[in-house]
Design a protein around this ligand. Structure first.
Ligand code: FAD
Length: 388
């Protein structure tokens, strides 16, 4: 087994575990402060990979996420490749479309491509000479007393590495968080909702978007719903959210069409009968989990951010945005406490846990609001600019 202390300059070494959206952005924040940053990512380098595995194809980027990108000079680059969505477009059963603006005139959220965003953030992190990206490194375990981390490589070999600060950005099923679970007074809960999701593609028609592009389209059907976000290639990614037992009832292509005829008839010609029959069965429905925990830190050694700290259900469109905001909040505290980890980490937990828990609760609330309440008159009078 290989054991190394990460690079030995005068500056402290920060190990970011996970090179997903939050990890890659966080690497930029720490690099900007001059730390020696090492990112350890389980997957291969997605900038070189042919197929990028991951969750949703596109994401809604909102104000809090943009603020974080701005801090590292990435806002314009990402916004220029995003598609503004000024309003929700509600599709009724009869096919009638009614817009509900997100806020005042000129306010909007953006549909951005997840893979491109992740690639851009990794490339940005790579531009700092004090940052090293280590792909194909899966965190297996780490020691809270010594800070020694053990990574497994694809060939089965192990690498042991020490850092001054470990930043766990390794997602909802975080390996970094496992050490926290062994400690006294660490609170943890996880809840799987009964719904799963499937993604379907709506192709362009004669080279143009099949529906109005500057909207987040919603087909609310009470116990389930479909949404669609636009992509730069003029497709829409449609996501069908439905209880798992309902997904399981549909077993043939004809049943898919019958289901769509009953609930989403206007979407059938836009997605296409053959594509629907085929794509519905391409992947099983994916589960959605909500994770809450507290505190987010261990001593001055380790801190959790992004989904590793707070995976939320996607109905508020705020999981990534909240994770990006974690990076800003932490950075502001680094400034306030002169980069003293023993002061920053407890303060970060104190301030951030209630806010992230609030986002998790709002996301659960919106789980019902989006599929049911958007049908009600009451909803039409309400305005939210920062969520789905
Ligand atoms: P992840 O994106 O999960 O990244 C974690 C990274 O860590 C991955 O690269 C993974 O390979 C790596 N990793 C995992 N384990 C290890 C290990 N042991 N060692 C090393 N590396 C490891 N959020 C929004 O803000 N807006 C939206 O519109 C939105 N839509 C969504 C739609 C769906 C269907 C879903 C499921 C989620 C959506 N989200 C949205 C939430 C968003 O996807 C997450 O909040 C976001 O991806 C969290 O980023 P992260 O970097 O914390 O975690």
């Amino acid at each position: 087994m290989e054991e190394t202390q990460c690079r030995s300059s005068k500056k402290k070494v920060v190990a970011v575990v996970g090179g997903g959206l939050v990890g890659a952005l966080n690497a930029c924040f720490f690099a900007k402060r001059g730390f020696d940053v090492e990112v350890f990512e389980w997957r291969e380098d997605i900038r070189k990979a042919k197929i990028v595995r991951g969750r949703s194809i596109n994401l809604a980027l909102s104000h809090r996420g943009r603020q974080a990108l701005k801090h590292v000079g990435m806002e314009n680059k990402i916004v220029s490749k995003g598609i503004p969505m000024h309003a929700r477009m509600i599709h009724s059963l009869s096919g009638k479309q009614s817009p509900i603006p997100y806020g005042k005139k000129g306010q909007y959220i953006l549909s951005v491509d997840r893979a491109n965003l992740n690639k851009e953030l990794l490339s940005e992190a790579d531009t700092y000479s004090n940052t090293k990206l280590n792909f194909d490194h899966k965190l297996q375990d780490w020691n809270a007393e010594t800070g020694l981390m053990t990574f497994v490589r694809p060939d089965g070999s192990q690498v042991q590495i020490k850092a001054d600060l470990i930043v766990g950005c390794d997602g909802a099923f975080s390996a970094t968080r496992k050490q926290f679970l062994r400690r006294s007074r660490f609170n943890y809960s996880q809840t799987y909702i009964p719904h799963g999701y499937k993604e379907l593609t709506m192709p362009p028609i004669s080279g143009e978007f099949a529906m109005k592009p500057n909207f987040l389209h919603i087909w609310p059907r009470n116990t389930f719903m479909m949404i669609a976000l636009p992509n730069l290639d003029k497709t829409f990614t449609c996501t069908l959210f439905m209880p798992f037992d309902e997904f399981e009832k549909i077993t043939t292509g004809d049943e898919v069409i019958r289901f769509f005829q009953k609930y989403f008839p206007d979407a059938i010609p836009l997605i296409g009968v053959d594509a629907l029959k085929r794509d519905y069965f391409q992947l099983p429905a994916q589960a959605m989990v909500s994770v809450k925990c507290s505190p987010y830190h261990i001593d001055d050694k380790c801190v959790l951010m992004g989904d590793a700290a707070h995976a939320v259900v996607p109905f508020y469109g705020q999981g990534m945005n909240a994770g990006f905001e974690d990076c800003i909040v932490f950075d502001e505290m680094m400034q306030q406490f002169n980069e003293d980890f023993s002061a920053v980490l407890p303060e970060y937990s104190r301030v951030r846990v209630p806010d992230d828990h609030a986002i998790a609760d709002l996301a659960m609330y919106n789980y019902i609001e989006m599929r049911a309440h958007v049908n009600s008159k009451w909803f039409l009078f309400r305005k939210h600019v920062d969520n789905f």
